[in-house]
Design a protein around this ligand. Structure first.
Ligand SMILES: Nc1nc2c(c(=O)[nH]1)N[C@H]1C(S)=C(S)[C@@H](COP(=O)(O)O)O[C@H]1N2
Ligand SMILES: [Mo]
Length: 351
């Protein structure tokens, strides 16, 4: 639906025709404005009439199939607003490929598949409750109205969490078509693929559900040396990561600078961010907004830049004691890149 696309022209174009990244150097506040929030869509944005739209809750895990109109979603349940970061599991795939000397298929993301919004909507559990969960219900699967019927199950506990919401607004505006109008799921601290857009149906199941997005896509597949699949695991949380709010590569004038960035730890909390310039020591950055589980933290450093070519490395630590590693073991689909990045910065000679 190109007519309603609100995308800023400076977005990172991945070349897929559907997917656009947020340029880190354009970030200003905690929130990513709607027109710069990254877009990851596997099929074109469906045109949905809110007047006839309905959201069905059904499956063997509920006692009564139930259906809600757009008016019900907007007006019949307590409304909550939560600020949450969404990151695609494939973020940094191009940089991952360079690290391991491999071309990964899939959306060619640089650093742009991560953004943060204040989402407003209703709790998923408030929509499930009137349908009457059975004692044996184990999974809840949101399903989309797009051409691929995008869907991915959540364990019951995550579906019932306080901050798992069906959002109808984003940063104080009606949800834009590309981000899931009329309603999308927002799942805190999990990979973007859990946050299904253009909701049409929610299946509650008494058994585990197997769909493309937890069997073929959004799974970590590792291979033996002979190319045979060695293991497959379903991705839930995204990688521990940081980004620098500069272009890649960056060009700066010599002299004092404040370099800013973000760090994200999925369901965990960032506790420390360290930076290192060239072969210098690791130095703790100032954490200027502490983030929270599901929300990126912000950090900054002062740097007096000398002319020449430099490399800025940044690594985050979270409250589970994880720290970003120097390298990431490859997986077939190039997900979950978590290595410390060597950000190239050229400082002009000032003449
Ligand atoms: N219906 C539907 N929901 C979807 C997708 C999709 O293609 N179709 N993409 C998922 C993926 S992989 C990501 S990373 C997020 C991206 O959300 P955004 O486009 O609002 O940034 O949406 C998720 N929800
Ligand atoms: Mo994604």
């Amino acid at each position: 639906m190109a007519s309603s696309r609100i995308l800023h022209p400076d977005m990172e174009d991945t070349g897929s025709g559907l997917d656009y990244g947020t340029r880190p150097e354009t970030l200003l506040g905690d929130i990513t404005p709607n027109h710069r929030f990254f877009i990851r869509s596997h099929a074109p944005t469906p045109e949905i009439d809110p007047g006839t739209w309905e959201l069905r809750v059904e499956g063997d895990g509920v006692r009564r199939a139930t259906s809600y109109s757009y008016t019900d979603i907007r007006g019949a349940f307590p409304v909550v607003s939560v600020t949450r970061t969404i990151e695609c599991a494939g973020n940094r795939r191009v940089l991952f490929g360079k690290e391991v000397g491999q071309d990964f298929e899939g959306t060619q993301w640089g650093r742009g598949a991560i953004s943060t919004a204040e989402w407003t909507g209703v709790r998923l559990r408030d929509l499930l409750e009137p349908a009457g969960l059975t004692d044996a219900a184990v999974e809840v699967m949101p399903e989309a109205l797009d051409a691929i019927r995008a869907r991915r199950p959540l364990p019951l506990a995550k579906a019932l969490a306080d901050d798992t919401i069906v959002a109808f607004a984003m940063n104080g505006e009606e949800l834009p078509p590309d981000h899931g109008f009329p309603a999308r799921l927002v799942v805190t601290g999990w990979l973007g693929a859990a946050s299904i857009k253009w909701l049409g149906r929610i299946e509650v199941s008494e058994h585990a559900l197997h769909v493309p997005w937890n069997t073929e896509d959004y799974v970590l597949i590792t291979e033996n040396r002979d190319g045979a699949a060695a293991s497959t695991s379903v991705i839930t949380e995204p990688a521990l990561s940081t980004l620098v709010e500069l272009a890649w590569p960056a060009h700066l004038q010599p002299g004092p600078h404040v370099i800013r960035g973000r760090a994200f730890a999925g369901e965990a909390r960032i506790t420390m961010v360290e930076t290192r310039i060239d072969d210098g020591p690791w130095v703790a950055a100032d954490i200027t907004s502490p983030g929270a589980p599901g929300v990126w933290a912000r950090w900054q450093i002062r740097w007096n830049a000398d002319p020449g070519d430099h490399v800025l490395r940044v690594r985050a630590t979270d409250d589970r004691g994880r720290r970003q590693p120097e390298s990431t073991p490859p997986n077939v689909l190039g997900y979950m890149h978590e290595s410390v990045l060597a950000h190239p910065i050229t400082v002009d000679d000032g003449s």
